[in-house]
Design a protein around this ligand. Structure first.
Ligand SMILES: Nc1nc2c(ncn2[C@@H]2O[C@H](COP(=O)(O)OP(=O)(O)O)[C@@H](O)[C@H]2O)c(=O)[nH]1
Ligand SMILES: [Mg+2]
Length: 467
């Protein structure tokens, strides 16, 4: 993508200087950080976003242990990459396309004039039909620009998507009300409402959009913002977000020669996720936005990233093997439990992992009664962290007064501690039984999250693998 090319070139140039260095120290990254900072500012990234980016990279690089088999420079690239992913929003934010012909869902498009609302409305209709196999419907509600309704009608007709025949004589609210009735007759499942824009944010526009929002009860309110506006688009997004509570952003004209500042600032500044990129004028020029893919594209160092990831996996695996051995010897401690918890968090979702495990049905049942497993996990983490080293190594010494102290330290109740210890003993027992059943042979323990064979990027858990 053209807009990130010069940023990409500059970042890569800076990072190459770290190659071959034996250590990441404050001194040798100071200069690199200065260069990265300049590259970002030059790409028109918001000053505050640049500052927190640099601070975070610095904090994470200094004091990081260098992984075996990896150069410090390579590890630094990974840190910069991960921070890029983080300011771009982390995980990909999905589009809410719920709705059926009885009660169609509605996506409301808002933005300044010329940002690309009408074009993007048509693109989204196509996307929803192709990717979600749902019947879209388009509602033009820009009654101010004479050709606006015609424009959407033409786009929709070309795509064979029904477009409500709005009358410019009706107010936008009346158009919407009539269109909702029309949409049921048409059996549309997801509606896209194209609204009017202004050359800048004003109160009259916001008032009208608020009225439409109240009638439409949209599942999504997407702000369409022009990437060419650079940092200015951040102010625009903040203005719209304040009045309408946006659910997502579409950044258009990313195919142009903008410098990328908007893309790199807007999420961090507003907290609203970027959901799509507009990469051309045609109706199929829409791209689902993936923070990690864009970060990799900017840094263009796929080989280095996977190398560092592999090295990290080795560490995880070593730890996992350790605990498997301990389980076998019935020496699995709270410390190991904590390490497993952390791995679990990294892999995301408890139920998704449990679902892959043999004999996990029972564990799932036990968990079902608990309203918030994630909150439960945090509680357990706090409890273990409040224990002393001796207590973690052997929980049997936890008498009444120790339990009371731990409850105070972790902000929980003694009953929580008792419950957790009971659970811990149960899982200890269960695990050693599983080991005795032979599930642990072959180096791995499929019954444990984070065990070899289930690591990220290693093909996941294979249920047919002989244990
Ligand atoms: N190159 C490029 N042009 C775009 C993109 N999105 C919209 N446009 C163009 O921008 C202009 C304004 O778009 P329009 O949808 O009418 O904007 P609206 O006023 O917000 O409805 C049109 O000429 C579009 O073809 C995009 O992603 N890339
Ligand atoms: Mg328009």
């Amino acid at each position: 993508m053209a807009i990130f090319e010069s940023l990409s070139d500059r970042l890569l140039g800076s990072l190459k200087k770290l190659r071959g260095q034996s250590k990441i120290s404050e001194e040798n990254i100071q200069a690199i950080l200065r260069e990265i900072r300049l590259s970002l500012l030059e790409a028109d990234v918001n000053f505050n976003v640049v500052k927190s980016f640099i601070d975070n990279v610095k904090a994470k690089s200094i004091g990081t242990n260098v992984l075996q088999g990896v150069e410090p420079g390579q590890q630094f690239v990974k840190i910069v990459h991960d921070e890029l992913v983080s300011i771009l929003g982390g995980d990909q934010a999905p589009l809410d396309v719920k709705g059926d012909s009885q009660k169609p869902g509605l996506i409301m498009m808002v933005g300044l004039q010329g940002a690309g609302k009408t074009t993007t409305s048509a693109k989204l209709a196509l996307h929803i039909r192709q990717k979600f196999k749902k019947k879209p419907g388009l509602i033009p509600a820009d009654v101010y620009r004479p050709a606006a309704i015609e424009q959407l009608k033409m786009l929709g007709t070309n795509l064979n998507v029904p477009v409500y025949p709005s009358s410019p004589a009706d107010s936008p609210e009346v158009i919407l009300q009539k269109a909702l009735v029309w949409a049921r007759e048409q059996m549309c499942e997801v509606l896209i409402l194209d609204t009017a824009g202004r050359s800048q944010i004003d109160d009259a526009l916001m008032g009208e959009l608020e009225k439409l929002k109240n009638i439409a009860e949209p599942r999504e309110i997407l702000l369409v913002a022009d990437a060419m506006l650079g940092q200015q688009s951040v102010n625009v997004a903040e203005g719209f977000h304040k009045r309408l509570s946006l659910t997502g952003l579409v950044l258009t004209k990313v195919d142009g020669d903008a410098r990328g500042g908007a893309a790199l600032s807007i999420r961090q500044a507003t907290g609203v996720p970027i959901k799509f990129l507009g990469i051309g004028e045609k109706s199929d020029a829409l791209e689902v936005f993936h923070p990690d893919r864009l970060a990799s594209r900017i840094l263009d160092m796929g080989d280095v990233l996977s190398l560092v990831e592999k090295a990290q996996e080795v560490i995880d695996e070593k730890q996992a093997m350790e605990s498997a051995k301990k389980i076998a010897k019935n020496q699995f401690t709270m410390d190991d439990f904590l390490a497993q918890l952390q791995m679990l968090k990294k892999m995301g979702g408890l139920s998704s992992i449990l679902g892959m495990l043999p004999g996990a049905g029972q564990m799932m049942k036990q968990l079902e009664g608990q309203a918030l497993p994630d909150r439960e996990l945090k509680k357990i983490e706090a409890i273990i962290r409040s224990m002393t080293k001796e207590e973690r190594a052997d929980h049997r010494i936890l008498n009444g007064s120790r339990r009371a102290r731990i409850a105070r330290g972790s902000g929980t109740e003694v009953s929580d501690i008792n419950k957790f210890i009971k659970q811990f003993e149960q899982s200890q027992k269960m695990m050693s039984q599983m080991m005795k059943m032979g599930l642990g042979r072959g180096g791995g323990m499929p019954g444990m999250p984070g065990m070899p064979g289930m690591g990220r990027g290693r093909g996941g858990f294979n249920p047919r693998r002989p244990f």
